[in-house]
Design a protein around this ligand. Sequence first.
Ligand code: NDP
Ligand code: HSE
Length: 445
Amino acid sequence: MTSQTKIRTGKGEGEAVGIALLGFGTVGAEVFRLLGENADAFAHRIGGPAEIRGVAVQNKNKLRPGVPKDLLTDDAKALVMRDDIDLVVEVIGGIDFPRELVLAALNAGKSVVTANKALVAAHADELAEAADNAGVDLYFEAAVAAAIPVVGMLRRSLAGDQIQRISGIVNGTTNFILDAMESTGASYADALAEATRLGYAEADPTADVEGHDAASKAAILASLGFHTRVTFDDVYCEGISNITAEDISAAQQAGYSIKLLAICERLRDAEGNESVNARVHPTLVPKEHPLASVSKSYNAIFVEAEAAGSLMFYGNGAGGNPTASAVLGDVVGASRNIVHGGRAPGENTYANLPIADFGQVYTRYHIDMEVVDRTGVLSAISALFAKHNVSLRTVRQEDGDGIARLIVVTHTALEHEMQGIVEELGQLDDVKAVHSVIRLDGGQL
Ligand code: NDP
Ligand code: HSE
């Protein structure tokens, strides 16, 4: 149960909200521009003017057209602690330094808006507790899927439902890369460079391509959706750095697109005990599935809820403007509470569900291998799958010169059995190479 003990009184209608903007990069610059250009509209929506009173950056001497020099500082901590700051907007990135800043702000009774999924996924409990103790707001809509308002939707609109599953594409950079490789034949390196140039990638794009960014978002979605704490470390994570042009063209030939999916599931064992699992990995999606046509840096999220049924959310998942939209929505929400009093509902992790081991999850596999083309090979391979209680859905063989290419698609089976099969396949003399092992999603997709 969260404790939301303090009732905050507002500054009063017409009073200004003093904002510290921490970071002036891809996102921060757009937040600054849009807040300035639409100042009147924001004042009406909030009930008082929203004034950026300081902008913290790393390099004060960089040219920042349109930003008065006296607003800039390279001392973010001092800016946060100033008496005229009511609301801190953190768009720096990273974990340790923003954690220090956000905690300092919350502990000093200032509300916080952040776009930082890595921070929220790693330290949500600590941050939520600090916000609760101070009776202030901690908003992070932009942390997941940029412009798609999935955080607010889970926090508010679906708070009366039981969510079973949340899945989809939550990283714009990797979707941009996979889409470019598939649709234009671009190389992995060129597509990543372009995603970086367009402002989609993290400061260190390893976070994108290795799936860490999507894993942080999965942790946040699972926590909000299942009312339990799931952290970054609880999420099984594989990125796209090993996906080759050959994998993409083989998938295309077989009628699939490869997408990096985040999947969060509520599981129930035979005794009815519940647990949750969250995972991120490249996944084959049938061409006719809506996720297959999610292109460029777009994101799409499916939510399966007991009463609502299936919901799908689609939109811009990265970039300065779309992210600024989400940040500014939070700025309006937090500022209204600063002016009128009260606070938004905090997080509630009452369900306290255990994290299911990834090995206990049900998945399907698509395995592409080269085998010696002789009698008995197929039966040896089938026997290996049968030993692990995995049944084969389709087997396709393309004959070569003494070597055959075998493409096996399995039925849904326990992940740890699948992993056992993949390990043992490599040890069979007649299996010359395992080209790719890619999961097909075993759930609603
Ligand atoms: P950028 O790298 O473009 O900008 C980071 C900003 O932080 C820069 O202005 C930089 O200063 C400033 N900064 C770095 N270190 C410090 C410091 N020690 N003190 C003060 N300022 C500092 O990042 P983004 O704008 O792309 O991302 C910001 C956050 O938003 C991240 O958490 C990211 O995950 C999140 N986000 C980003 C999205 C995107 O599409 N880009 C989408 C959704 C979320 P300087 O300008 O001097 O270098
Ligand atoms: N690097 C992130 C992405 C930014 O590509 O999705 C949006 O969170």
